[in-house]
Design a protein around this ligand. Structure first.
Ligand code: HEC
Ligand code: HEC
Length: 477
C-alpha cells in the first residue's frame, strides 16, 4: 500500500487549514495518522454532536461554550460532565478508525475472506481468547439465549461482525458500508480500561469501567492487522521486527513509549511493555502513569492522539528531545494540531468520568480481616509503606514521584519518561488486577513477592507471618 494515497485528501486539507508546523512533507508518506482528516472523522464528529445535544442543557454541542453552559446547570458541574465522559470513554474513537482500519486494515483480517475481507477472519471464540470482552447489555435477549444454548455460532467470524454491529465488543467500534461489509474499525478507551463481570459466560457480561483488562493481548491484536509496514517505517525497522516486539507484549500489556523512542525490549531482553493499569481510584492524585508523565487530562490527550491515533491537538515540547525520543522528535509528535479536533472538547468529560470511578471494594471472604488489621499497623508504621503510599489515596499528596533507587529497581522505564522517575502507584483495588503481576512491567508475580522485595531493599526484617499480614492488608484496600 502507498500510504500517500491514503492521505492524499488529508494532506490537502491540512495544507488548506494553515498547518503551522513544517511536518506535512515528512508525514505525508509516513505517519500523518494522528492528524489525518477523513470523512469518517467528520461523521464521528456528527455522532458526538448528536450525543452532546441530547444532554439536559440544550447548549450548543462541542467546544468550550458547551462545557461552560453545562457548568451552569442546576444539576451541578459534575453530573453532566461525568455522563458525557462515560459516553466518550465507552464509545468514542476520536476518528482513530482512519488508522486501525484505514491504514493497518485491521477490519479486513477481522472480517475474513468469507465476509469481504482477507484470511480466516476473527471468530468470537478467537476474539475472546485474545481477551476482547462482550457487553451483555448490548445483546438482544435472543442472542443471549443463543449464546447460552449454543445456537449462536461463536466460531464464525460473521458472528463477530454481528456483535460489532450491536456495539457489543467492548472498546471496539465497527464501521459498516451499505452492503453490511466491515469497512473500518476503531478503538475506544474501554478497550484496555474496562472488562466485564462474566455474568453470561467467560468474557461476556456487564461492563466494569475502569478495571484493567489484564486478559487483553493488545500486541497480538495489532499484529493481527495485515499492514504493519507504516509502523515499521516509522520505527526505521522491518515488519518482522515489529511483529516480534508486538508478540512479546503478552496479555494485559501495552507499550505507550514504543512510538516515541522505538525501544521494544529492556536491556535484559524482556519486553519493554507496561501493564495496563486501572483507570479507577485516581481522584486526588497529582501525576499519572507509572512514570508520572502528567495529569489525567494530559495523559488522555496523549493517548487519544499519539496512541489511539485519534484526530486531536496535542502539545508536549518535551518530546522534541531527540536523544530521549528520537521517533517522536523526528515526527514532531509534541506539536500536533488537528482540524477538526475530535479530542480536546472531550477532555473535561473524560477527566470527570475517570475521577468518578471509585476502586471496587474487595469481595467478602477474599482476604483475612484479622491479618489485614495487623498488616495495616505494619503498613502505617514499621514497614514504612505509608511514607509514600499515604492513605486513603495511597500515593504522596503533592509531588508523587520517586527516583528508581528509592524503591530498589532499575531506571529503564523511568528513563523513557521526561521525569526519569517512578510514580508511587495508588493501591486501592489491587485485588482486582493481580493477573499479570505488579510494578510497571509485572516483574513481581504476586503481592507476596512485592512485599519480599521491600523487606529486602528497606531491611525491614519482617517475618513470613508479617509479610503475609501485609499482603492481606493490600488485598483489603
Ligand atoms: C491499548 C490500550 C490502552 C488504551 C486504548 C488506552 N489506555 Fe490508558 N493506559 C494504558 C497503559 C498501558 C497505561 C500505562 C502507561 C504508562 O504508565 O506508561 C495507561 C495509563 C492510563 C492512565 C493513567 C493511570 C494511572 O494510574 O495514573 C489513565 C488515566 C488512562 N490510561 C486513561 C485512558 C483513557 C481516558 C483512554 C482513552 C482516551 C485510554 N487510557 C486508552 C493502556 C491503554
Ligand atoms: C519510596 C516510596 C515507596 C515506599 C516506601 C513504598 N512504595 Fe510501594 N511503590 C512505590 C513506587 C514508586 C511504586 C511503582 C513501582 C513500579 O511500578 O515500578 C510502588 C509500587 C507498589 C506496589 C505495586 C502496585 C501495582 O499495581 O503494581 C505495591 C503493591 C506496593 N508498592 C506496596 C508497598 C508496600 C507494601 C510498601 C511497604 C512495605 C511500599 N509499597 C513502600 C513507592 C514506594
Amino acid at each position: 500500500m502507498a500510504p500517500s494515497s491514503d492521505f492524499g485528501t488529508d494532506t490537502g486539507r491540512r495544507a488548506a487549514s494553515g498547518w503551522p508546523y513544517k511536518l506535512t512533507g515528512r508525514l505525508r508518506g509516513k505517519w500523518a495518522l494522528p492528524l489525518a482528516f477523513s470523512l469518517a472523522g467528520a461523521l464521528m464528529a456528527m455522532t458526538v454532536t448528536a450525543v452532546a445535544s441530547t444532554s439536559s442543557s440544550g447548549a450548543p454541542p462541542g467546544g468550550s461554550r458547551a462545557v461552560r453552559a453545562h457548568w451552569n446547570q442546576e444539576e451541578g458541574n459534575g453530573a453532566v460532565l461525568v455522563r458525557q465522559g462515560k459516553q466518550t470513554f465507552r464509545l468514542d474513537t476520536f476518528g482513530d478508525e482512519s488508522f486501525w482500519g484505514g491504514t493497518l486494515h485491521l477490519n479486513q483480517t477481522i472480517a475474513g475472506a468469507s465476509n469481504g475481507g482477507i484470511g480466516p477472519g476473527l471468530s468470537p471464540a478467537a476474539a475472546l481468547a485474545l481477551g476482547l470482552k462482550v457487553d451483555v447489555d448490548a445483546l438482544p435477549e435472543s442472542v443471549q439465549q443463543g449464546i447460552v444454548n449454543g445456537t449462536v455460532n461463536l466460531n464464525d467470524p460473521a458472528t463477530t461482525l454481528a456483535l460489532l454491529k450491536l456495539n457489543a465488543v467492548v472498546g471496539v467500534k465497527g464501521f459498516f458500508d451499505s452492503n453490511g461489509n466491515l469497512n473500518s474499525v476503531g478503538i475506544e478507551c474501554a478497550l484496555c480500561h474496562s472488562t466485564v463481570d462474566n455474568s453470561l459466560a467467560p468474557g461476556i457480561g456487564h461492563r466494569l469501567d475502569g478495571w484493567a483488562n489484564r486478559d487483553l493481548n493488545v500486541g497480538a491484536i495489532v499484529a493481527f492487522a495485515p499492514n504493519l509496514q507504516p509502523i515499521a517505517t516509522l520505527l526505521h525497522t522491518d515488519v518482522a521486527t515489529v511483529d516480534n516486539v508486538l508478540n512479546a507484549w503478552g496479555p494485559g500489556k501495552f507499550d505507550a513509549a514504543l512510538l516515541l523512542d522505538g525501544k521494544g525490549f529492556q536491556p535484559d531482553g524482556s519486553s519493554a511493555a507496561t501493564l495496563i493499569p486501572p483507570a479507577f481510584g485516581l481522584a486526588g492524585i497529582n501525576l499519572h502513569t507509572y512514570t508520572g508523565w502528567g495529569s489525567i487530562p494530559y495523559w488522555n490527550a496523549f493517548v487519544a492522539v499519539l496512541e489511539m491515533h485519534g484526530h486531536g491537538t496535542f502539545f508536549d515540547p518535551r518530546l522534541d528531545n531527540a536523544a530521549q525520543f528520537p521517533i517522536a522528535a523526528e515526527n514532531h509528535f509534541g506539536h500536533v494540531v488537528a482540524n477538526p479536533d475530535l479530542v480536546t472538547s472531550k477532555l473535561p468529560g473524560l477527566q470527570a468520568y475517570e475521577l468518578s470511578l471509585r476502586a471496587p471494594a474487595p469481595p467478602p471472604g477474599s482476604f483475612d480481616p484479622a491479618a489485614a488489621a495487623r498488616g495495616k499497623v505494619l503498613f502505617d508504621g514499621p514497614a514504612e509503606c505509608s511514607t509514600c503510599h499515604v492513605p486513603p489515596i495511597f500515593t504522596q499528596p503533592g509531588w508523587n514521584l520517586v527516583p528508581p533507587g528509592a524503591i530498589g529497581i532499575d531506571s529503564f522505564e523511568a528513563d523513557r519518561s521526561p521525569t526519569h522517575m517512578y510514580r508511587t502507584t495508588p493501591l486501592a483495588g489491587l485485588w482486582s488486577h493481580q493477573k499479570g503481576g505488579f510494578y510497571h512491567d509485572g516483574r513481581f508475580p504476586t503481592l507476596l513477592s512485592v512485599v519480599e522485595h521491600y523487606n529486602q531493599v528497606f531491611h525491614l526484617n519482617l517475618t513470613p507471618a508479617e509479610e503475609n499480614d501485609l499482603v492481606q492488608y493490600l488485598l483489603s484496600i
